[in-house]
Structure formats: C-alpha cells, structure tokens
Ligand binder design. Sequence first.
Ligand code: UT7
Length: 327
Amino acid sequence: MTGPVLRSHVIGCGSYLPENIVTNAELAAKVDTSDEWIRTRTGIRQRHIAAPGEKTSDLAVKAALAALANAGATADDIDMVVVATTTPDLTFPSVGTIVQRKLGMTRGFAFDVQAVCAGFIYAMSVADNFIKAGQAKSALVIGADTMSRILDWTDRTTCVLFGDGAGAVVLNAGEGGGTSEDRGVLNTVLFSDGRLHDLLYVDSGPSTNQSVGFIRMQGKEVFKHAVTNIAASVEASAAAAGVPVSAIDWFVPHQANQRILDGTAKKLKVDASRVVSTVALHGNTSAASVPLALSTAVADGRIQRGQLVLMEALGAGMTWGACLLRW
Ligand code: UT7
C-alpha cells in the first residue's frame, strides 16, 4: 500500500509505579518461597504494590499526566481515552470514564479494553484503528492494573509474579506515505484462542458468583504458549510491514518472566541487547507492563526518533499480539 495514509504517531509516553516496593525476601517471610527461586525462575527481584485505597484509575491518571506532559499536550487535546485493564475500580463504569473525569475532560469518549496481559497491544490496535478511520485525531492509550488485588497471597505459584503499575502513550493522527519508512504505528496484529481459557483465569466474576476472585494459572503451559505465540506474532507483524525481524531496533515485550523474554529472543535470533527488560524491578504488571517498559527505554535515551519499535504481549484468554511502530 502506498500513497497518503493516516498514521498514529506516538507524541509522548509516561508511567507511574506505586511507592511501596516489596522485595522477594519480604515475600519469602509470608509464603514458602525464596529470593533465589523467584530470581532464577523469573528474573523478578521486586514489585510495586498499590497502597490501600489506591485504585487502578489513580495509577492510570498519574501515568496519563506524565504522558501528556511528555507530549506537551493537555487533556483538552484528547479525543478518546482507551484504558487496558483487567482490575477495574468497579465492575462499572469503565476505568476510562473515571480517568476522563479525573483528568477534567469535558468532551470526547472513553472506554476500557480487556485482554489481560495483552491488553495494551489490543488498546493500541483499537486506538490506531479509530485514528485511521478518522473517528479520532488524538488518543490517550493507557495500560493500568492493580494485580495485587486479585492475587491469592497464600498461593506461591502466582503471588510472587505480579505487581501494580500504569503506563500511557499519547497518539496523534499524522500523514504517512504508506510505507514502512513512515513514522507512527505501521501495524498491529491480534490473536486469541478461547479454548486455552483454563491455563490462566480468575476464578470468580459478577455473573458467575457476584465476586471478584483470584488468579489461577498453569504456569508451565502458559510459558510454552508464550514463547511460541509471541515469536509468531512478531514475525507476522514484521512480515505485514515488509521488514525483516533483524531490522527492528527495539523489542518492548510484555514483562512476565525473563526466561520468556530470553526464549523468545533466541527463537527470533534477536540479540538480548535489543530487548527492553524491566521485569526484575516491576514484576508482571499485566496491561501496564509494555507501556512501563516503553517509557523506561524512552526516558533513558535508548529509543530514538526514526527507530523501529516492536511491542508484544500474551495474556489470559488466551490473547496475544504485536504492534510495530516507527518512533
Ligand atoms: O503474563 C502472562 C501470564 N503469565 C506468564 O507468562 C507466566 C508463565 N509461566 C512462568 O513464568 C513459569 O512457568 C513460572 C515462573 C510460573 C513457574 O516456573 P517453572 O519453571 O515453570 O516452575 P514449575 O511451575 O514447574 O514449578 C517448579 C517447582 C514446583 O515444585 P516441584 O513440583 O518440582 O516439587 C513448584 O511447586 O517449583 C515450585 N514452586 C515454587 N517454589 C518456590 C512454584 N512456585 C514456587 C515459589 N517458590 N514461588
């Protein structure tokens, strides 16, 4: 496809992590685990946990304000807010509309996207398609989760893995020539397979038992699907843009486990130095993990204007996908 096309340009990004840091050693005092097990099996050293009363929308708003400041924009400039989350403040309304109110927005529209750990990729895809369709000129895309609220703190197989946080980007409609040389989102690829439900799910919900429930996971099985499906989605995204995987400057993966990051990079023959990793410091922050990692690598100067950036994630559902963009 060539000729003038609408592209979603990322004009700013930002993130927020709750103040309270919980180390592996602190967890080992509560459940039968060890710093050594957590580090060698996952790469995680610590995670941030939201304070009592601190809600997903609070994290989302702080990340949004950081992203808006980074973009040199204000909430008044935003046409749509899309929040990827699986831990909303309330069953309804959406975190999106709560964020809209807290940002003081009096126009536009806001909603949530629920694809668990793949949520930010899904939300980017939704916002990019609204922009390409001309229905919005700017979008605030947020990934925010307080996974600590749905952890069974007596289950050592899950409670050591997750953390809380939020990340956000501001998208603006821009023009491109329709080639992979364009700035902005070049493509998004999304996949899901509902048959894989039992590998990772929360065991309650409003229409099941009027409750919130806890995360249940078959870790080993999720791990296998993660490496295979993420590698396939990276290849699908690169192929759709007509670029080889080797041309991608930065990989910004969902941060679930350092061994998944390493296994995927090895499968794709990508050098580890091009993979952004924050899992040691953040743990798995679900929908927040990709924009948190992105913000980290932008803030420290690794990601530079004109470079190709590939974001990817896999989560419960199962859901997975990738988003390729030129910074
Ligand atoms: O965001 C997307 C969703 N999540 C993921 O992508 C996570 C994918 N899965 C994983 O990251 C890994 O499978 C885990 C980190 C969850 C587990 O690592 P593993 O190497 O697959 O370990 P395992 O589940 O096979 O467990 C090995 C052993 C077991 O003991 P036995 O049966 O060998 O005696 C577990 O009971 O480790 C034990 N174990 C623990 N030991 C100490 C499980 N959790 C812990 C723990 N501390 N926290």
